[in-house]
Design a protein around this ligand. Structure first.
Ligand SMILES: [Zn+2]
Length: 310
């Protein structure tokens, strides 16, 4: 049956459509805030602050080296629909910039209401004081970007996310604030417990594979003794490894920390030569089995380092 033959049906349909859209309105008020995060740690913290009022998707996997994520064109669609984009910033997740450009979503473009550089307010370490050039490896001109591995920086990240959520969804501002207070309180308590757990080892000299743990080491009073990489992002060379072995023997460094996505053979070789222990630590949520939250990341790093220093 063709509706144009029945007078009044067209009007009926538009009335029905108007009624449906009225019905849809209250639903829209409950729509979740669409958040896209570049890393799993930001994803987890955003879920803690946003609770059931947000939907969070993540653009990388915990097992990825966050410097070297290959963005996929299919991820652009997520950004076109996003109200918030959360990034680590400081050049770590530069790979998201091409996705932001392609999405043409003013909310999450740099300077937009929903663009959140989570490094805002972080006390940055290792800002280069000299001219940076390619011979220095993957030097980050804004400083070392691995700041989320200091648990108290996790609180700053959470506050940046809180501010952004209150900006784009003011009707739920108080709920976000309550979640933040709870999360910050938990982090403070945890940080005290981690501090106590690591206190007996204060001052220990620690070698890391990549220079990714300086915020962690500084927070808990350790000394960054050296790196398995000769320069950030550059594969170990035999001469560098031999020199590191000599230095560790004379300097008394007994622990090598590394992320699971690096090759273990160099740390293992160094450990054999020096008697040091290798601690494989999860740098991010979902980077290792059973590590499903940011707090579990920190818990695991602390207990693995404590175990290796015993
Ligand atoms: Zn790095």
């Amino acid at each position: 049956m063709n509706r144009s033959f029945i007078p009044g049906v067209g009007r009926w349909i538009s009335l029905l459509a108007a009624g449906l859209s009225l019905l849809a309105l209250p639903g829209a008020a409950f729509a979740k805030v669409n958040i896209v995060a570049t890393t799993t740690d930001l994803m987890d913290i955003a879920r803690s602050i946003g609770g059931n009022k947000v939907d969070v998707t993540v653009l990388s996997r915990g097992v990825d080296n966050p410097h070297a994520v290959e963005p996929r064109p299919s991820q652009v669609i997520k950004l076109t629909q996003a109200a918030l984009l959360l990034r680590i910033g400081m050049d770590l997740d530069m790979w998201v910039d091409s996705l932001i450009d392609a999405a043409r979503n003013g909310n999450i473009a740099r300077g937009g209401k929903g663009y959140v550089d989570c490094s805002t307010g972080i006390k940055r370490l290792e800002i280069p004081t000299e001219r940076v050039d390619a011979s220095m490896g993957d030097i980050h001109i804004y400083g070392n970007p691995h700041y989320w591995l200091d648990p108290l920086n996790g609180k700053i990240i959470a506050r940046n996310i809180l501010n952004a959520l209150q900006r784009v969804d003011p009707s739920n501002a108080e709920s976000y604030a309550a979640n933040f207070r709870e999360y910050a309180r938990t982090l403070d308590q945890k940080a005290d417990a981690w501090e106590r757990q690591l206190a007996p080892f204060k001052g220990a000299k620690i070698v890391t594979y990549h220079k990714s743990l300086i915020y962690f080491l500084k927070r808990f009073g350790f000394v960054q003794f050296g790196e398995v990489e000769p320069k950030p992002g550059i594969k170990p060379s035999p001469s560098h490894v031999n020199q590191l072995i000599r230095e560790m023997k004379s300097g008394g460094a007994k622990v090598i920390m590394m992320e699971p996505f690096y090759e273990k053979r160099y740390p293992d070789l160094i450990a054999r030569e020096t008697g040091a222990k290798v601690a494989v630590v999860p740098p991010s949520v979902n980077s290792m089995k059973g590590i499903d939250t940011y707090i579990e990341v920190m818990d695991a790093i602390v207990s693995r380092v404590a175990e290796a220093l015993k």
